[in-house]
Every structure is written in C-alpha cells, then in structure tokens.
Design a binder for this molecule. Structure first.
Ligand SMILES: C[S@@+](CC[C@H](N)C(=O)[O-])C[C@H]1O[C@@H](n2cnc3c(N)ncnc32)[C@H](O)[C@@H]1O
Length: 301
C-alpha cells in the first residue's frame, strides 16, 4: 500500500515518495494535510531532525524543546539517526465512527487503501456483498462525498509549541468546502442481521447513512446496482479452509457471473482461497492487514 499512500499524498499537493512501510512527504502544511485528509495513513511522524548518529544527543536536546509534550521517537540505522514525533497522537484509522468492534473488522485505512488501489474515485457504483460492520462501504461513502476523514478530530501537532492554529483552521475550512453529495450508488449487504445493525450504526456515526443502501442478503443472491462499478469485499476466512469459509467463498463465486463489466477486488488470506473462485485474478497485491499477510485479488472485466 506504500505506493497508494504516496499517490494519495501527492494528490494532496505534497512532494511524496513511497518507502518501505510508508511514504515520505514534504510541502506546505504537510503534517496537517496528512493528518486531516490522508485516508490510507495509519500514523504521521513529523521528522524534527536527521543526521549523523554521533550528533544524536545534541539533536535530542534541541528536539525536546520543539516537541512540547510529545514523546520523541529515535531511529538509528547504521551511522544515520533521526528524531521524530507522532504528529497525529493517535492512530489515524480510529476515525471516530466505529460504534463497537464487530467480528474481524477491517482497518479503516486498509479499506480506503483497497478503494484507492483499484482507482475507485466515487464516480462508479460500489458494492460490498459481505460488508460486516460496513468499513469498506463507509470509507467508499466518505471518499465519494470528498469528505476528509480527520476533519472532526484534534491532532497532537496542534499542541506543538509555535503551532499556527489560525492556519490549521483555514485548512480545515478549505477541506470542508470540498465535500459534495455522493453521486453514485453504494450498496452494502451481509447475511447476518447483527453485523448489519452495527454497520448501520457505524454509517450513522460517520454521517453517511443516507448514502449507503444496506440490505440483508446472502451474497449468492445479491443483485448489483445498475451500471458497471467496483465490488470490493473481505469474505471470511479461517485458520484452515473450513466449511464456513468454503461456503462464503462459494457464495461469492455464485455472484461473480452477475458482475459482468464490474471490477472485483477480494481481500483474502495467503492460503490459496482464490482457487474457490471461478476465474484467476488479473493481479494480486500482497498487503498486511492488522499484522496478517493478505492478498488483494483483483479481477478486471
Ligand atoms: C470478515 S467479515 C467482513 C468484515 C468487514 N469487512 C468489516 O470491516 O467489518 C465477513 C462477513 O461476511 C459475511 N458473510 C459470510 N458468508 C456470507 C454470505 N454467504 N452472504 C453474505 N454475507 C456473508 C459474514 O456475516 C461477515 O460479516
């Protein structure tokens, strides 16, 4: 997902490049933009200093003054060291809309990453036929409505010595004006009534309950919305390929013929579950979700 993150930061107007595990970015209001508007970043580290490891004690003394109450994060690699602080102060995937954690929810940032990795920009219909707590559909609704995910939050960088609060407020106001009504159908369904209740509560907390059409349905019987769009989903999988997982992937296989012309993205484990689907994926992206190695299987029409 590093490339997706770097592209997202570049689209926000920053100079960005992917590095292992993340992206480096620089530019005007880089920290504020990353915290308020990036959908795929889990954390934002503000680098206060980088230089020869021998200079670290002096750099740490100086960094402490700039860091205020924030804890310093020191990294030493060979002869080079860096001192950073957590500019967000809390994980960015905690957007604040999740009512309670349902069974195996996907991280909000990964859900947004799946959408952006597929180039979904809110201009094509969207479907998640196994939506669980609704994460992918809710992130789709936020993206389709051009709503920056961090607008309602206060971040650690806002408490740093010398922080220009008026400038950050102006940026918040500018990002707020970008919001617009979603223009496409966003459908989310699940066969489990309990998780659907949770998904609806989450969507309401995120302010997108009117944008998503929720339905209780077995994936095998789902009728996709009109038009050709993106179906992105995260079917269940067990430690082993057990009966429940086999059945769920079978239901997805039954839905696929009705998705002619659609792009399909399935987040699955690294265990060959894709053999349960009728077609070989066009491409496979290896990612880690919650520390677990996964594969994003992409089927293009
Ligand atoms: C791994 S969870 C999805 C988690 C979701 N991405 C989230 O963030 O909460 C898989 C979901 O698939 C649903 N499911 C399993 N078999 C299904 C089927 N045949 N039809 C519809 N939903 C199904 C389960 O009820 C469960 O909510």
């Amino acid at each position: 997902m590093e490339q997706v993150l770097a592209a997202e930061l570049a689209a926000l107007g920053l100079g960005a490049r992917a590095i292992p595990g993340g992206a480096e970015a620089e530019g005007e209001d880089a920290v504020a933009l990353a915290c308020l508007a990036a959908r795929t970043a889990d954390a934002v580290l503000l680098r206060l200093w980088e230089g020869p490891a021998a200079d670290l004690p002096r750099a740490k003394r100086e960094a402490r003054r700039a860091a205020g109450a924030s804890e310093l994060r020191v990294r030493v690699e060979g002869g080079t060291a860096s001192v950073s602080i957590d500019a967000a102060g809390a994980p960015l995937f905690r957007r604040g809309w999740r009512a309670r954690v349902g069974a195996a929810p996907l991280r909000e940032t990964i859900a947004a990453g799946l959408l952006l990795a597929c180039g979904w920009d809110g201009e094509r219909p969207f479907l998640d036929p196994m939506c669980g707590s609704g994460t992918i559909a809710i992130e789709a609704a936020l993206l389709a409505g051009r709503r920056a995910p961090g607008l309602g939050r206060v971040f650690a960088f806002e408490g740093l010595p010398g922080h220009d609060a008026r400038r950050t407020e102006r940026l918040r106001a500018r990002l707020t004006t970008l919001a617009r009504p979603a223009r496409v159908a966003i459908h989310a369904s699940d066969r489990n009534a309990g998780v659907l209740r949770l998904a609806r509560a989450n969507a309401a907390a995120a302010g997108v309950e009117d944008v998503i059409r929720f339905a209780r349905e077995d994936a095998a019987r789902v009728v996709p919305p009109a038009g050709e769009g993106l179906c992105a989903t995260n079917p269940p999988w067990g430690i082993r390929l057990d009966e429940a997982a086999r059945e769920a992937w079978g239901a997805l296989a039954a839905l696929l013929p009705r998705l002619a012309g659609w792009e399909v993205a399935v987040l699955g484990p690294e265990r060959g579950f894709e053999k349960l689907l009728p077609r070989a994926p066009r491409s496979t992206v290896r990612i880690r979700a919650g520390g677990v190695a996964c594969r994003l299987l992409r089927y293009t029409p």
